[in-house]
Write a protein that binds this ligand. Structure first.
Ligand code: LLP
Length: 432
């Protein structure tokens, strides 16, 4: 695996890389590095690929996309998807306020997550989210109590843990028995029965999410089949399910993976649902990575080349705090110079300035580079900026969107001052 992933919105022209005809080098010069760059065209194309399956020819809907905003929660991206008709999957009060700030309606937001606080639940009830994806009986009890206090009814869906193996990285696999996520398959019926008896809960749906970066469609079919059995069983207990949320998780090409085509993937699942007799349900997809992953990259500048006895290091100005995925999951991101030079290649470990051995962005990469060259780290649109941190008091990177051959700064680089603006010294002794 070290192939260039299939990219939309970014092209090589005369030995130089462009985002929608804007030179990436010029973006690095204008906005500085490290800098995330997104292609609006690529975002729209990925969204349209889902819509290709979700919309019927007559304009009616078979399903709706709820963007999993944890993958990238920049307001400009949320606003773009909201304008295209997306709903949202969110997992915190912070994400709820963010999506409202981007202009989306809470009525198209599903609220997932295993640890919703009382404050988060009451805010979500007051603004009127579409539903709570509930992950345990204690959570259900809490939601019911908060709704009762506010004199509101909470729409709820139970997140089923279908116990299928999505065959992905253990840290991003969520549908197995020993994950913290969802309600164990055998306990789902009793949990629905408990919910039915709660005065301030209204059962609206059922959902599952089996993991992330999934390249095989079969685990989805297995999970659906298990959920169909539950829906039938629930009916015999007088519980009607109105929506089925299949979760997200579709994988992307990072460097040679055979990722399923989005439209084919969504069509296969929707056809399966319809052929099994569940076509009357409202269907929800919750993709994150497959919408934004390959629509974004991270620009970084080479600071130093450091040959050592064992390795050559290419030390760049981006680090694990900017893109955590390699350090956290040993994830592969393809790395290329934005201007391809006719100089000899060397094999490098591409590393950042952070004081951790785990601070690497790519290992054993053939690169023809010199100090001050700009590199692009590909497939960084998902779980890149949204997972970034300020470790080593490093300001978070700028973010730029290219749209119609223009560049727009969609997030300013943080200032160093802002990083400690909320911190306070203890009073000195003589100040009392
Ligand atoms: N729905 C739920 C309930 C989720 O937990 C997730 C992701 C999604 C949807 C979207 O999944 P996607 O389509 O993006 O695969 N930080 C990791 C990925 C964590 C995924 C967490 N849940 C990474 O960088 O690979």
């Amino acid at each position: 695996m070290n192939q260039l992933p299939k990219l939309l919105g970014f092209q090589l022209n005369n030995q130089e890389w462009f985002a929608e005809n804007v030179s990436l080098l010029s973006i690095a010069q204008k906005y500085g590095t490290p800098c995330y760059v997104y292609s609006k065209q690529a975002l729209i194309e990925a969204f349209s690929a889902y819509e290709g399956a979700c919309l019927r020819l007559d304009g009616s809907r078979r399903a709706r996309v709820h963007f999993a905003m944890k993958s990238n929660s920049n307001l400009a991206i949320l606003d773009l998807f909201a304008g295209l008709g997306a709903g949202f999957d969110l997992v915190s009060g912070g994400e709820l306020d963010r999506v409202i700030a981007a202009g989306a309606s809470p009525a198209v937001c599903v609220f997932s997550g295993v640890g919703k606080s009382v404050a988060e639940i009451s805010r979500a009830l007051q603004v009127g989210v579409k539903c709570f994806n509930v992950e345990s009986i204690p959570e259900l009890t809490r939601i019911n109590a908060v709704a009762k206090q506010l004199n509101l009814i909470a729409p709820i869906s139970l997140r089923v843990n279908p116990d299928v193996d999505a065959k992905t990285h253990p840290y991003i696999s969520t549908g197995l028995k020993d994950n913290k996520f969802g309600i164990a398959y055998e306990s789902v019926l009793e949990t629905y029965l408990a919910a039915k008896n709660m005065s301030h809960c209204n059962i609206t749906g059922i959902d599952c999410h089996i993991g992330s970066q999934i390249l095989d469609i079969n685990p989805y079919i297995d999970a659906l089949d298990r959920i169909f059995l539950l829906i039938k069983e629930l009916r015999t207990h007088g519980i009607e399910i109105h929506h089925l949320d299949i979760g997200g998780g579709l994988g992307i090409d990072y460097g040679g993976e055979e990722a399923p085509n989005i439209t084919d993937f969504a069509n296969t699942l929707l056809n399966h649902i319809e052929s099994c007799g569940f076509g009357d349900l409202e269907i929800i997809f919750e993709p994150g990575r497959s919408l934004v992953g390959n629509a974004g990259l991270l620009l970084t500048k080479v600071e130093y080349l450091k040959p050592t006895e064992a390795k050559n290091f290419c030390i760049v100005d981006a680090a694990m705090n900017d893109l955590m995925r390699p350090a956290m999951y040993e994830a592969f991101h393809h790395i290329e110079p934005v201007v391809q030079k006719a100089i000899p290649q060397n094999i490098y470990d591409v590393v950042g300035p952070v004081c951790e051995t785990g601070d690497w962005l790519g290992k054993d990469r053939p690169l023809a580079v010199e100090p001050d060259d700009v590199l692009m780290i590909l497939s960084a649109g998902a779980y890149g900026s949204s997972m970034s941190s300020n470790y080593n008091t490093r300001p978070r990177a700028a973010e730029v969107m290219v749209s119609d051959h223009q560049t727009y700064l969609i997030r300013e680089r943080e200032t160093i001052q802002s990083l400690f603006a909320g911190e306070h010294l203890l009073p000195k002794k003589n100040e009392g």
